[in-house]
Design a binder for this molecule. Structure first.
Ligand code: RB5
Length: 148
């Protein structure tokens, strides 16, 4: 079974708990790396936990904060992470097909719960297109990790 690592800060905690309900019906295993309440905490701590598991295992991850932006900034600092902040299902599909996104970032304070759950489903179920032009572009992005 494919495993998804999920994490949030306090601003994304409630949406994280809702997202966890969709994994089993869709056939995904998951591991929740925290946070475990709405008590104030620091989003980079959870971005790091999820990013490291994604790199280590080759599985995908989901990160939720208030806007989704802090999580995406933090996760994208890790070599090998392609974190995508999505607020619509079209972007969720394209970022898997074209960018081979391995972390989805969502903002509980900006994206309504039902839309967020649709975004999650589309992102989980869309495969990378494996197209030559996209592989080439991802390679160009990967080079930035080594040279900057
Ligand atoms: C927490 O108040 C908030 O700053 C955080 O959840 C996130 O939106 C940061 O980008």
């Amino acid at each position: 079974m494919v495993k998804i690592f999920i994490g949030s800060d306090h601003g994304g905690y409630n949406l994280k708990e809702k997202i966890k309900e969709v994994f089993t019906p869709l056939g995904y295993e998951f591991e929740d790396l925290g946070t475990n309440s709405t008590e104030s905490c620091d989003y980079p701590i959870f971005a790091e936990k999820v990013a490291k598991k994604v790199i280590e295992t080759g599985n995908n991850g989901i990160l939720v904060c208030g806007t989704g932006i802090g999580m995406s900034i933090a996760a994208n600092k890790f070599s090998g992470i392609r974190a995508s902040h999505c607020t619509d299902t079209f972007s969720a599909r394209m970022t898997k097909e074209h960018n081979n996104s391995n972390i989805l970032c969502l903002g509980e304070r900006i994206t309504g719960q039902d839309l967020a759950l649709d975004i999650v489903k589309v992102w989980l179920e869309t495969p990378f297109s494996n197209g030559e032009r996209h592989l080439k572009r991802l390679e160009l992005v990967k080079n930035f990790e080594n040279n900057n």
